[in-house]
Write a protein that binds this ligand. Sequence first.
Ligand code: ATP
Ligand code: MG
Length: 382
Amino acid sequence: MLADFIWEIINLVEEKADEKAKQKIYLVGGAVRDFLIGHEIIDYDLLCEKSALALAEFLQACNYAQIISIHEPFGTVKIELNSYQNIQLDLATTRTEIYKFPGALPIAQYPQSINIDLARRDFTINAIALELKSNKEFEIIDIFDGQADLKNKCLKVLHNLSYFEDPTRILRAIRFATRFNYKIGETDLQLITEALNKPEIQGLAEKIRGIRIGIEIKRLLELNNYLQAAQLMSELGVWTLLSRENLIINLNPAYLPLKFWQARLAYLLWNNEHLLNLLEILGFEKKIQKQISFMQNIIQQNSLNTPSIKLIKEINNLDLDFINLLFSLRPAWQNKFELLEKALPKIKPVELMEQGFSGIEINQKLESLFQENLKSLTQDLN
Ligand code: ATP
Ligand code: MG
């Protein structure tokens, strides 16, 4: 079932819109796909035949919604509905997209016919539109036979150059295949291989400062079964999008507990000497890059063998997921670290001050107490 607000918008347009705002309105993309297979719809993307901005301004004038942002180059507008908490809708104008080079941010031309807009999309199952009419009626527009592919649980692009023109679609194919348990069509597997063999595509993330690639990798690694997706990426050779070099990928199911995509990616690429460079290219925040670099250093230097209070603090300051990653990579460290924490002196710096210690002496005293505690704990163990 489609949400009530969709029909409220259609009725408002039908009853009150002037010439500028009155137009055909379509539901498109993932919402139609999810509606047809009976999944819950998360995001509603509405497509306007003439102008998304005209519709947004009309809904704002009716006091039905607020405009949140306007993205002129693509003819898209984000609105928030007044009577529904936290519901935002993306309104787009029918458009075509031109890619100047593989993976480029496309240039949009709008308005276009609905068929032209559907033809710029990624997969047949995502290129179905519902033309929304009054009385909760709709007409399905399915010029690429996406419904048949939904039935066959199969992902197919709309034309042979699609993966080459926008290689993020390769990541999207893997994501949808993993998420819905669909197969990637035979021809598509071949098209993916062909695209990945082109020199322009290899190491693409480095060339275009892979933000778009980063976004799709993030969405892929946020899947619960991300290891399956990563495995498929390896089988198809998709990691070459990140680097021309042959990346070594860890695919050990023992590491599944990692929750955040950054930790998952760091784990998958851990053995790669260019890891930090790749993370930078993919748009990782500095704070995350720092944590990973710290982990690399302490693993390389086997720092837990020469522990200090500072080291324990630094490890405890890592995000929980990175602590988990650290212990996944060095399982023997988990017990060792617990022992080190037990050895931390209970006495507080203020108490040491009261005993006459000052400045740097305080830390030195704490450190020597820590080392003594550690010695006796280790002796007890032996
Ligand atoms: P999800 O449920 O994961 O959001 P979705 O299909 O809605 O899936 P979005 O990334 O939200 O995916 O994109 C919305 C729609 O925009 C897609 O269904 C598709 O029609 C189109 N689209 C998105 N990315 C691309 C792309 N790289 N190339 C062509 N069409 C795309
Ligand atoms: Mg979506």
